[in-house]
Design a protein around this ligand. Structure first.
Ligand code: NAP
Length: 265
């Protein structure tokens, strides 16, 4: 289905409503993370880009600067303790403060029956998708509190509400993120840090290629009311809204970005 995404690539009007904010976006060298970094940057924030590979970081920084985004980048594997600290320190060194954390990183090392998940895959899923999201938050919170207007956004998934066949373990991790979102929103409210999440549906990225373009692709026209898979840029507006003053009374919320798929507990 041909759809114009003109507005998904541009700022919300001409007002740069995130000016003077500094944002870390994890796993932001491609896909949804890159789109979020671009959107927050075009809305005025200074962005710290990161992922595991230097080449990807360099390319993303170059591409974002080309779009006029103020940004810098650092290699950070979210599952490595020293890297999470390095990431927060980098933001402080480079931009002097931290206002926004977008916790976007996830892996999916296992496709198949849930009962066939190996313990090493389970540990990897827990470490990268859940443990790191919580521990990076702990690392960032003292600085988000100093901001006075701190914001955290977790990237969960529609699969966190309604598990997908073949990616059951990954789905469990995304459900755990919804729990983290709820608990942290209550815990951090008195520090004036808002905590929210997005739950994308099936978004065309390298990560989802097996679902959208594999040998037995999902059928968008029957699965998704809007009749098509989403694009990474279409996830970014929801994040920009959640961290903006327009959402100043929202915390512990999850915005589905899923083309109308039914997804609620
Ligand atoms: N695509 C979908 O349909 C969909 C739907 C719902 C939710 N999501 C969620 O959206 C998020 C982003 O997914 P995506 O589809 O945008 O994936 P993607 O296009 O494959 O991009 C993945 C990004 O993560 C980085 N990365 C991978 N492992 C990392 C790690 N351990 N530490 C830091 N960075 C890491 C990669 O760069 P390097 O290789 O350089 O590390 C890359 O920048 C994930 O949380 C995913 O679960 C995706």
């Amino acid at each position: 289905m041909a759809v114009s995404l003109r507005n998904a690539h541009t700022t919300m009007g001409s007002v740069k409503f995130l000016t003077d904010r500094v944002a870390i976006v994890t796993a932001s060298t491609k896909g949804i993370g890159f789109a979020i970094a671009k959107r927050l940057g075009m809305d005025g924030a200074s962005i710290v880009v990161s992922s595991r590979k230097q080449k990807n970081v360099d390319e993303a920084v170059t591409a974002l600067r080309h779009e006029g985004v103020e940004c810098d980048g650092v290699v950070a594997h979210v599952g490595i303790d020293d890297d999470r600290k390095k990431l927060v320190d980098f933001a402080l060194d480079r931009f002097g403060k931290l206002d926004i954390l977008v916790s976007n990183a996830a892996v999916n090392p296992h496709y198949g029956d849930l009962m066939s998940v190996s313990d090493s895959h389970w540990d990897k899923l827990l470490n990268v998708n859940v443990r790191s999201a919580f521990l990076l938050t702990q690392e960032a919170v003292p600085h988000l509190e100093k901001s006075g207007n701190g914001n955290i956004v977790f990237v969960s998934s529609v699969a966190g509400y309604s598990p997908f066949d073949g990616i059951g373990a990954y789905s469990i991790m995304k459900t755990a993120l919804l729990g983290i979102n709820k608990s942290l929103s209550q815990n951090l409210a008195r520090k004036n840090i808002r905590v929210n999440a997005i739950a994308p549906g099936v978004i065309r990225t390298d990560f989802s290629r097996a679902l959208t373009d594999g040998p037995a692709p999902l059928k968008a026209d029957t699965l998704i009311p809007l009749g098509r898979f989403g694009e990474a840029d279409e996830c970014a507006g929801a994040v920009s809204f959640l961290v903006s003053d327009g959402a100043s009374y929202m915390s512990g919320e999850v915005i589905g970005v899923n083309g109308g798929m039914q997804a609620r507990i």
